[in-house]
Design a protein around this ligand. Structure first.
Ligand code: GLU
Length: 417
């Protein structure tokens, strides 16, 4: 039965799906499944220069590969669509007109150079950079005349003048608040009419009836702007939960220089989807006892947003490999053989043809997944002569998939003896 909880994952398809974002998706999905709610996938593709269809495809494939399904959104549709921001531009424009008519938005004609100079001056005098409000006092008539004359303008939100605290009770971080006077009048629509993130996200979350926004803490400084927009429209803000970043072993944000960072990369090195999902869930969430190994359905049964901690999750590839080995041992040999085949093929061995080859591969991966270093002694006769040599040659690749406990060197030495 569906409860009122509605959550969303809103990727910007500008590159590979980072494991930090995959974890955000997973937490949202777990919350929806744990509470009998609805999980929405919304594609935030209004950065037309950086968004690509390929990146959207990859994100969708990666989420499905992890085992996540969405009740509404891209590719599945639903009552609050369209679910791609590029198809909702008319919705943002209509809401911009509403704010303008209430005097809560205005056209700004400042050039990039003016704004850059302003930012520079602010930083030089030790102030946080914010828009100084030069166009705030322009009359509607003046703005209209300048637009008619062909000048370009962005649309800015008029932050209420009276300084005050803008706060919310964050499920993960507790009470959070910002002073409104550090927030300059921010951009709602760019000069080409495309919405800025803060504007589009509020319109969409409100119109899609999102009840809980679970996202990375890198968005905390956006949230007060979003709260102001909810107030301007007279909408109730959702419950916010800002989860800590996923960090590399040196405690800086997990990035390329730490090694693999995207779901696709882990998938390509032979991590099983259930292992990655299980491991990512443990980065920030704890079930409260010492157990750590849970398949997706069990995670969904146990997950509570209140059990997500504030401390950053440090990505530990060794622990991921350990979780992976656990699932490799549980996986049926035919599944592992099937999953290994592309690795063997990519190494130039060719297709695993014939029943004997498939069985051999099944035996190999099953033994290797068990960490059975003497696996080779179990094969003899023709079959080994036919298949062992190329497999051994490319065992390194297969081993990458199979896990670290299988040692190709011992395997090869064993055969040579
Ligand atoms: N498209 C934004 C991102 O990928 C979504 C942020 C949010 O969840 O509000 O960071």
């Amino acid at each position: 039965m569906s409860t009122g909880i509605r959550v969303r994952f809103a990727p910007s398809p500008t590159g590979q799906l980072h494991v930090g974002n995959a974890r955000t998706a997973l937490f949202n999905w777990l919350l929806a499944r744990a509470e009998g709610g609805t999980f929405v996938l919304r594609i935030e593709d209004t950065d037309f220069e950086r968004s690509t269809k390929d990146a959207e495809r990859t994100a969708i494939d990666d989420l499905r590969w992890l085992g996540l399904t969405w009740d509404e959104g891209a590719e599945v549709g639903g009552p609050y669509g369209p679910y791609r921001q590029s198809e909702r531009l008319h919705v943002y424009r209509a809401h911009a007109v509403e704010l303008m008519s209430k005097g809560q938005a205005y056209h700004c004609f400042c050039s990039e150079e003016d704004l850059e100079r302003e930012r520079y001056e602010a930083l030089r005098s030790g102030m946080p950079p914010k828009y100084g409000g030069r166009c705030r006092g322009l009359s509607k008539e003046d703005a209209h005349r300048r637009l008619q004359n062909g000048e370009t303008a962005v649309l800015r939100f008029r932050v209420p003048e009276e300084p005050r605290d803008i706060g919310w009770e964050d499920v993960v971080r507790g009470p959070v608040s910002f002073r409104s006077d550090v927030i300059g009048d921010f951009v709602l629509l760019r000069s080409d009419g495309v919405p800025a993130y803060n504007f589009a996200v509020v319109i969409d979350d409100a119109l899609m009836a999102i009840t809980h926004v679970v996202r990375g803490e890198d968005h905390i400084s956006n949230t007060p702007r979003q709260v102001l927009l909810y107030e301007a429209f007279g909408w109730r803000p959702p419950t916010f939960a800002h989860v800590s970043m996923v960090l590399g072993p040196d405690h800086s944000k997990l990035s390329k220089r730490h090694g693999a960072t995207s779901v696709s990369e882990f998938r390509e090195t032979g991590i099983l989807p259930e292992a990655l999902a299980n491991y990512l869930a443990l980065l920030g969430w704890s079930p409260g006892d010492n157990e750590e190994l849970f398949p997706l359905d069990e995670l969904a049964r146990r997950f509570r947003l209140a059990d997500v901690g504030k401390s950053a999750g440090v990505f530990d590839p060794d622990k991921l490999a350990w979780v992976n080995r656990h699932y490799l041992k549980l996986a049926p040999a035919d599944r592992l053989a099937r999953l290994s085949a592309p690795f063997i093929e990519a190494a130039g061995w060719g297709q695993a043809q014939g029943e004997a080859a498939t069985r051999w591969l099944e035996d190999l991966v099953a033994a290797a997944a068990r960490g059975d270093d003497n696996a080779d002694s179990r094969w003899s006769g023709k079959c080994v002569e036919c298949w062992a040599t190329p497999i051994i040659r490319h065992a390194k690749v297969a081993v990458h998939f199979i896990g670290v406990r299988f040692s190709p060197r011992r395997f090869v030495r064993g055969r040579e003896r």
